[in-house]
Design a protein around this ligand. Sequence first.
Ligand SMILES: C[S@@+](CC[C@H](N)C(=O)[O-])C[C@H]1O[C@@H](n2cnc3c(N)ncnc32)[C@H](O)[C@@H]1O
Length: 210
Amino acid sequence: MMEREKEARAYIEEKGGARAIHSLSELSERLKEENQRQNLVAKGSLDHIWVRHFADSAQLLDHVPRETKGPWLDLGSGAGFPGLVLAILRPEIEFVLIESRRLRVEWLERMSSELGLENCRIEGCRLEQVTTVEAGIISARAFAPLAKLLRLSARFSTDDTRWVLPKGRSAAHEVQELPGRESKMFHVEQSLTDREAGIVVGRGKVREKA
Ligand SMILES: C[S@@+](CC[C@H](N)C(=O)[O-])C[C@H]1O[C@@H](n2cnc3c(N)ncnc32)[C@H](O)[C@@H]1O
């Protein structure tokens, strides 16, 4: 279990090297400033950004085979978790961060530009309005209950789509509650940053109607 900021930094450095550490240090400073203007993340998490947001996002890479191709869709990116962190760590993958709230969209656009993330596009609208693309990977943290999340994003999935969905404490229960075929498509992996949380992981096409 990763509980200390120092451990989280080392874990991320192993994944993205000094370049990623530099970009994330900048993101951390900017997030602390911006959080005084808009409520991007819980105030109590600002002293633990490397564990609670950066490593929590980066760990999704442990569940996606290295050769998997994008585009990587991150639904309801908010402050940029996990999307911005992953775009920093995997510059060769095309990321699409979907977020509907205007101030958050502006923040994501600013950070993507300031961090020089040429692989990162922001869709500033509701997910329901995004043009259908075939996603290689779909992530979403704290976006919607699993069944609803799958219905809303089904049209982006193909037989090869990888799903990585941090789901907190309700992960196993939410998978069990899915219709039969889908409950078999997904399993739960233990989170490295919260001993009680799970990440719903799966592969394949989800039907738009269960
Ligand atoms: C609880 S926040 C989580 C943000 C981020 N993923 C995180 O974990 O820190 C959920 C985000 O999803 C966005 N959102 C909710 N419904 C949406 C929709 N239908 N389309 C696009 N964004 C949506 C909200 O504006 C909000 O920023």
